[in-house]
Write a protein that binds this ligand. Sequence first.
Ligand SMILES: Cc1cc2nc3c(=O)[nH]c(=O)nc-3n(C[C@H](O)[C@H](O)[C@H](O)COP(=O)(O)O)c2cc1C
Length: 307
Amino acid sequence: MDLSVQIGPLRLKNPVMTASGTFGYGLEFADYLDLNALGAIVVKGLSLQPRPGNAPPRIYETAAGMLNAIGLQNVGVEEFVTTKLPALRQYDTPIIANALGNTIEEYTEVCRVLAHTEGIAAVEINVSCPNVKEGGIHFATEPAQTGRVTEAVRRVMGDMPLIVKLSPNVTHIVPFARACRAAGADAVSLVNTFVGIAIDLDTMRPRLSNLTGGLSGPAIKPLAQRLVWEVCRDVDIPVIGIGGIMNATDALEYMALGAVAVQVGTANFIRPDAARQIVAGMADFCAARGITRLENFIGAFLRRETS
Ligand SMILES: Cc1cc2nc3c(=O)[nH]c(=O)nc-3n(C[C@H](O)[C@H](O)[C@H](O)COP(=O)(O)O)c2cc1C
């Protein structure tokens, strides 16, 4: 049975990746699952300089989900490359670096380092950051801004595959995916978290020090699947589905909607080996349905919808 998938120029042995920020730098999970079983590992978002993140509390559990405002805490790209990546290279699993910045120059500097580093298979840029030079407008909330940062990063990346991770906090997602395609992205990943708040009625204080946070987990799956479906229908670019994937069925739903691969996030906090279990569940599904190549299953719902 062949579970491998193609994401632009990137071939993965199976479509299951871990989502950025939910799987550390990968090695933290090595005692809980065989990292070689994963399609790819997407590491915590990396900035040019280290970031301390927000003050606690930074995580709050909600009904069927989780709000987080970690504040993009990370060790910085240089430290990642010198102290974390060498141990990851022993695994036969592609490492995808997630990059972030507050200016186009910061994005390009981070990506320039990553593009010249052995052991990085692809870069995913997280555009859900404010552009400080443009008055704090998020790169993710105007298609032209998303296009500009994608184009600038593409220029410094050479042949390395480039994935742009989109925010769901927009009115229409399709123009963003189109902007990424036009700017030379190899794929888009959707979605990042939905902005929310939670308050404590006794103290009249927010549950998170940052007040707002990003909602993830099963609560967002139908919202995220609608966005994936819209992009897969309308834009000719590979899509990686993310949001509330807890088991193989959830992941396969994304693939039926047209996603070529998926990322597993919040589930890692509940079961550290969730991603490996999802790979096993996909193999079981294929065996039960007589599917010999999982790639042939991608878009099964879309094809039925249009037939
Ligand atoms: C604690 C936490 C930290 C995250 N950090 C990042 C990050 O650094 N970069 C990024 O692109 N997405 C980040 N995300 C978003 C996830 O990668 C994913 O898009 C989101 O959680 C939705 O997937 P899920 O419902 O499976 O968790 C983070 C999510 C959580 C819960």
